[in-house]
Design a protein around this ligand. Sequence first.
Ligand SMILES: Cc1cc2nc3c(=O)[nH]c(=O)nc-3n(C[C@H](O)[C@H](O)[C@H](O)COP(=O)(O)O)c2cc1C
Length: 362
Amino acid sequence: MREKPNIQNVSAFLIRKLLVKVGKMWFNICQGLHLTAGQMDINLKGVSELTSLASSIQNFHFDNVLMNASGVHCMTTQELDELYASPAGSFVTKSGTPNARVGNPEPRYHQLELGSINSMGLPNNGIDYYLDYALDFQAKHPDHPIFLSVSGMSPSDYTLLAEKIQASDFNGLTEFNLSCPNVPGKPQIAYDFDTTEQILTDLFKIFTKPAGVKLPPFFDLAQFDQMAALLNRFPLTFINSINSLGNGLMIDPATDTALIRPKGGFGGIGGAYAKPIALANVRAFRQRLRDDIAIIGTGGVTTGRDVYDLILCGADMVQLGTVLQVEGVACFDRLNHELEAVMAEKGYTTLDDFRGKLQTIQ
Ligand SMILES: Cc1cc2nc3c(=O)[nH]c(=O)nc-3n(C[C@H](O)[C@H](O)[C@H](O)COP(=O)(O)O)c2cc1C
């Protein structure tokens, strides 16, 4: 429910707008004076101080909206520590399975002109490794909530994983990955609505902590209707949409050979190729899910405008996969600045000013 306008709200809004205008005027004056990058940075910081990129999922608060996507820069405790030390608002672990896995044979990841193809096959250090890290982390940083991603190799694994996390002291958010496209012989679970329903029914009999599901991309409006109706029946805290576009294929023109080895070259597609599909999935679920189910928008981010667009479609947090793989943790700072610049241009100072407010042509 939106707050009713009152004198305090209106004055706070007008003051904020005025400050942004002053910030922008100062920015323009400095541009006119051809100040150096260092001097400009001082001005950008001036604008930044007026802008908040903070976001929340229920009572979990994050300094900014950006985080890694599971599978990228989160395999080891060292990488997870690097994410904490970066300007990311939060982070998620690699999807942990009941036992550690080596994954598929290499080459299993390839950079493409507009993104990436991968068939990693869920290599990971196992749930115990990531749960131990998360428990240790929350003891040291109680004010920095994080996400634990887990993935079953069969429907019954999800109950097993849920039991383990439920029995632990973990007090962050758990992301149940129902959408890995890259394990040979295993389908993407959430494309099977009956199995998804069974998994969630069993899971929520025992799991009472904040939980979400990572979904594969859907392409048909009837699928959005059915999946949202199903998800709305469970006490989910969030969904994460989307995982890679499953089973693409790319070819090396010099050798006429598929670019990656596993599964005859079939692999999940991420990066700019995924943007329109990610936007559509976030938007379609925002229009159909209960208001209290938050949405993490993932897929296709390479610029601050991409982050803005996912939020415009309704995202509460935004995850970075391929762009983080390509640029490393430096991309958090770049994208936060680019997002601030788009917001400043439009006179917005908080994400709520535009979240979910996509215009359509009537
Ligand atoms: C190398 C690699 C490994 C991934 N591993 C996982 C994983 O373990 N769990 C998961 O939920 N998603 C995994 N993903 C999917 C990403 O989290 C993300 O959903 C997808 O790449 C789309 O985002 P992007 O367009 O920013 O790359 C992986 C993606 C890549 C590129």
